[in-house]
Design a protein around this ligand. Structure first.
Ligand SMILES: Nc1ncnc2c1ncn2[C@@H]1O[C@H](COP(=O)(O)OP(=O)(O)OP(=O)(O)O)[C@@H](O)[C@H]1O
Ligand SMILES: [Mg+2]
Length: 258
């Protein structure tokens, strides 16, 4: 996979672009019915930024994630990661991208129930060919990072939802990805635990320069993200920097978009 560093000139200077989508469309055909889940999404996401994606249920957030993460292909349009056109990748290159460059975090944690926390975290390392001793060491370091080193031998059923999501975050970091795609990571958690997960994502963003793209219904993420994107009916309705969004009593300027 060849890589070049693309940049975009902005009012604040020149920022490297890590993800670029151009005219992204996704149509789902179910019998006679066609759903246009994405209807032309063109967006640039900068390296090292924390961007939130908001929008009503069914607006296309998860579909956008599936396209950007190389989990599904668009009906029309293109996705570039580090200026590499994902559609041009061979199956092996695409697998490499998914395994090494992107980490995935979902609402449902998606841990393997019969594996310990450490085994769950090291699964992606095995796919990447990391030796087992090194994988164990790195896995324990990642569990330490998320505050669960002492629980490395626990299975998901023995952990709370917040702890399971921490394991899932550690797993998403297994191969040092440049981008974390988080699809409603706090959707199943109470407010306090959700805030702890937000803080952990923010740490990964600032300390490790991981680009975070987070779909959420939680407006509190406004406090820590750099930009927010609102999607409605498969289109970008608004894209704003945090300082452009005014926080008002009882809500946020932009609530009208949801
Ligand atoms: N595999 C699929 N087959 C058919 N239709 C689908 C499929 N996946 C999504 N859709 C449809 O595409 C539209 C967008 O769905 P999507 O899951 O992207 O929404 P979302 O914004 O993530 O919603 P939520 O906030 O509820 O997670 C919806 O109308 C949905 O029913
Ligand atoms: Mg969704």
């Amino acid at each position: 996979m060849s890589e070049t560093t693309a940049t975009t000139s902005t009012a604040g200077g020149t920022k490297p672009v890590i993800i670029r989508t151009i005219g992204l469309q996704k149509h789902y055909q179910m019998g006679q019915v066609t759903t246009q889940a994405l209807r032309g999404v063109s967006v640039e996401i900068y390296r090292g930024e924390f961007i939130c994606i908001m929008g009503p249920s069914g607006s296309g957030k998860s579909t956008f994630f599936n396209m950007v993460g190389g989990l599904d292909s668009p009906t029309h349009g293109r996705v570039f990661i580090d200026e590499v056109d994902v559609a041009q990748l061979s199956a092996v290159e695409l697998a490499f991208l998914r395994c090494r460059k992107i980490g995935y975090i979902f609402q449902q944690y998606n841990l393997v129930q019969y594996m310990t926390a450490l085994e769950n975290v090291t699964v992606p390392m095995a796919f990447a060919g990391v030796e087992s001793d090194e994988a164990r060491e790195r896995g324990l370091a990642l569990l330490d990072l998320v505050g669960l080193k002492e629980r490395w031998f626990h299975k998901p059923i023995e952990m709370s939802g917040g702890q399971q999501q921490r394991v899932a975050i550690a797993r998403s970091m297994a191969n040092n990805p440049q981008v974390l795609l988080c699809d409603e990571p706090t959707g199943n958690l109470d407010l306090k635990t959700g805030a702890e997960i937000h803080a952990l994502l923010k740490r990964l963003n600032t300390e490790r320069n991981v680009t975070i793209i987070c779909a959420t219904h939680d407006h509190r993420l406004l406090n820590i993200c750099d930009r927010m994107m609102w999607i409605r009916d498969g289109q970008v309705q608004r894209l704003a920097r945090r300082d452009e969004v005014t926080v008002e009593t009882g809500g946020i300027g932009g609530d009208e978009h949801e």
